[in-house]
Design a protein around this ligand. Structure first.
Ligand code: F3S
Length: 430
């Protein structure tokens, strides 16, 4: 049975209005299902509050089919429609369904765009930051070590827990929307010290030193440990934000990794002993040349034709460093007439890319720098796409399956070469 503080009881009793009472009610049901005994306070919530597609609005037509109806009935699981106040917690909106300007190129209709613009206006009016990205930590939302957060988006969650030392479970739209109003989330899972220790060991025996290699190691790790916490040690070179970003996203795709430790690298793993909390690894997995080769083959298992008609970069959303690298690689060249290059990032990072001249270089070469979404989320690829090239293990895991297309996994340079030649010249083996 979850125990409530005086302030939480008051919220449940309606002192802060009907929507907050509904939110508290939902969180109590959630906490009881988890077996949590109390709540923690959070002032950092990332979700998709009240946003919905036209068909969801149609489903709630009898309730009014507007933002208020969706937030009440869908987000808060309320049996009635209530007024939705401004959010109480620091809240941000994660990725959305289309680029705010290039939506026509993404194949969206006027009606879909009108729905998107309406929702976005409502999100802003309710005091929610319109970040529209899966990388809020690159757009102004950077938690601190030990901070209790309530985040959705698996790649952001694993980054928050592992790289920053923030504390969040992989939440859903209901719990994040309720947390935005109440500033509460169940004290369970990654909020608690004893949940954050490693269970499995991964010994890295081959050099892992760029995002391509970190992505492969992440994909291997997720597949090996599934949803437990791995402790990695060995030949892991030159950690950086973007390498962690690609490692974590991949590990959260092939498995359900929500936190990892790298000995001597991540903040809660100054030693293997500390990472395991004094315990022992239940199992040790070895990432050697053979395991690396198998991982490469798996990631390229859905590639057959070498005629590449679409290159997508920016999963998770590209950092400014990655956009600069892409601009450098393509400057003076052009995207092939038989291909297309779309790069995804956040609006915040794109503003820097615009000011730095990178957007102009990319556009001059025929590429598109898009924000808010990605091809998997929006199911948007150029018309007629049959074969994609990707530098993200997460995206190659999802996009070919979602769109029924072929996909190649390679380095950023190999992908940009494919965009400029229309041919995949990536290696045949790892
Ligand atoms: Fe982001 Fe889309 Fe990848 S939302 S993590 S770019 S699947």
């Amino acid at each position: 049975m979850v125990s409530l503080t005086t302030a939480e009881q008051a919220m449940l009793d309606g002192e802060q209005g009907a929507a907050t009472a509904k939110a508290m009610n939902l969180l109590i049901r959630y906490a009881e299902a988890l077996g949590a005994e109390r709540f923690v306070e959070t002032n950092n919530v990332a979700g998709v509050p009240g946003s919905s597609t036209p068909w969801i609005k149609e489903y709630y037509k009898a309730d009014g089919g507007d933002y208020r109806a969706i937030f009440s009935r869908f987000d808060l699981d309320s049996d009635e429609v209530v007024d939705v106040p401004r959010m109480n917690a620091f809240s941000c909106h994660l990725q959305g369904g289309m680029d705010p300007e290039l939506w026509r190129e993404q194949g969206m209709t006027e009606a879909q765009h009108a729905n998107f613009a309406y929702d976005e206006g409502q999100v802003a009016a309710h005091g929610i930051q319109v970040m529209k990205t899966c990388t809020p930590y690159l757009a102004g939302n950077v938690p601190v070590m030990g901070e209790h957060c309530a985040w959705m988006e698996s790649s952001a969650v694993v980054f928050c827990n592992s790289v920053i030392g923030g504390r969040t479970n992989c939440e859903g739209r209901e719990s994040t929307s309720a947390a935005m109003l109440t500033k509460r989330i169940p004290d369970w899972g990654f909020h608690r010290d004893d949940f954050r220790y490693g269970r499995h060991a991964v010994r890295v025996e081959v050099p892992v030193d760029d995002i391509f290699e970190w992505g492969m190691l992440g994909y291997f790790t997720g597949d090996a440990v599934q949803d437990t916490i791995p402790v990695l040690d060995g030949a892991i070179g030159a950690p950086s934000l973007i390498r962690h970003k690609h490692f974590g996203a991949a590990a959260a795709s092939s498995g359900g990794v929500e936190m990892y430790h790298m000995v001597g690298i991540t903040p809660e793993a100054p030693s293997a002993e500390r990472a395991f909390g004094g315990g022992k690894a239940e199992e040790v997995f070895v990432y050697d040349a053979a395991a690396r080769a198998r991982t490469y083959e798996r990631l390229n298992a859905v590639g057959d034709s070498r005629d590449v008609d679409f290159v997508m970069l920016g999963c998770p959303h590209y950092s400014i460093e990655q956009i600069a690298q892409a601009a450098h690689l393509i400057e003076g060249r052009s995207v092939s007439a038989s291909s297309a290059l779309w790069i995804f990032t956040s609006r915040a990072v794109k503003a820097t890319a615009d000011a730095s001249g990178f957007t102009r270089i990319l556009e001059r070469a025929g590429a598109r720098l898009m924000t808010d979404t990605c091809s998997s989320i929006s199911q948007a690829v150029p018309p007629g796409t049959r074969v994609a090239a990707l530098d993200s293990a997460k995206q190659v895991h999802y996009l070919p399956a979602i769109m029924g297309i072929e996909g190649w996994y390679g380095t950023t340079a190999e992908c940009i070469d494919a965009a400029c030649t229309g041919r995949w010249a990536g290696r045949l083996a790892a």
